[in-house]
Design a protein around this ligand. Structure first.
Ligand SMILES: Cc1cc2nc3c(=O)[nH]c(=O)nc-3n(C[C@H](O)[C@H](O)[C@H](O)COP(=O)(O)O)c2cc1C
Length: 272
């Protein structure tokens, strides 16, 4: 290593300024190449601040039909896995699915949904939301339907929207988040999966990728298990549809609302 540095120093010393400029520009170009996707388009925006990522991120439900480089997904996972976890157990695992296996999952999810096969997830779910939770659920649905021009009484369009969800919004990539079955039964491993999944969608956004965390994608978990070849020692928690956002897709512009800090937080022991 030391020898390599010395050699580089010697090379630089003997170089004309023009040569040095050329070497530096090659290095810069190599760096810039890493910021581009296969089509040469700039994809990485490493300059986003935390606030820009968190305030700018939205669920993305319309994607360009353009592949996502595996190296970029690995980079996003690397960032996401800095998420904290209980006792640093890191119970999460990821099955990253694309191409034919993902298409099979979409097709089978659609078929089963249309046939009325009851959903089967691998964890308890809350049946019916009421009160403020129901209001928020309706609120985001109204925002999305308004953006997509789906009228309340337009059953075919509503059905089409639901089926899109079961197709994981035709995203080029689906990341199935699972956790080690040895931890099944406690609530903390699912909590850790939530932490890593939030980190994942934010990391993806910081790299120009869009995601939607997607329960619909794993409502038929046996389908996902079969086609994504998920081992029995894993519990399927959630999936994340990922890809390049289609800026012309109206629902992608929807900014969901949040309750206020005043509503959510109590401060105890403060002077004011
Ligand atoms: C656990 C979980 C499951 C979700 N499942 C779905 C889903 O099946 N379909 C969908 O369109 N959005 C789904 N979402 C996205 C939420 O609707 C979205 O995060 C919420 O409305 C807030 O909007 P935002 O992500 O744009 O801030 C899910 C989000 C979470 C956290």
């Amino acid at each position: 290593m030391v020898r390599r540095v010395l050699r580089l120093g010697l090379v630089c010393k003997t170089m004309t300024q023009a040569n040095l400029k050329w070497v530096l520009s090659c290095a810069t170009n190599r760096l810039i190449d890493r910021l581009r996707d296969e089509t040469g388009e700039m994809v990485l925006d490493k300059g986003l601040s935390y606030d820009e990522v968190v305030l700018g991120r939205r669920s993305i439900r319309g994607f360009l039909q353009k592949p996502v480089p595996r190296a970029l997904i690995e980079e996003v996972l690397h960032l996401a896995m800095r998420a904290p976890s209980s006792l640093n157990t890191q119970p999460w695992n990821f099955s990253v699915v694309t191409g034919a296996p993902l298409d099979r999952i979409r097709a089978e999810n659609t078929r089963r949904t249309l046939e009325g096969v009851p959903e089967s997830r691998e964890f308890r779910k809350f049946e019916v939301y009421e009160g403020a939770h129901r209001e928020r659920q309706v609120d985001i649905a109204k925002q999305l339907f308004a953006a997509m021009d789906i009228a309340r009484e337009d059953k075919p369009k509503r059905q089409d929207w639901v089926l899109r969800g079961f197709r994981q919004f035709d995203a080029p990539v689906s990341i199935v988040v699972t956790y080690d079955r040895a931890l099944f039964g406690g609530d903390i491993a699912p909590f850790d999966c939530g932490a890593v999944t939030t980190a994942l969608v934010n990391a993806a956004w910081s790299r120009g990728l869009g995601c939607v965390i997607n329960s619909q994608g794993i409502m038929q978990s046996p389908v996902v298990r079969e086609y994504a070849q998920i081992a029995d020692d894993q519990v399927i928690m959630i999936c994340v549809a990922m890809g390049w956002p289609d800026d012309s897709f109206p629902a992608n512009a929807v900014v969901s609302r949040r309750k206020s800090v005043e509503e959510a937080a109590r401060f105890i022991g403060f002077d004011a």
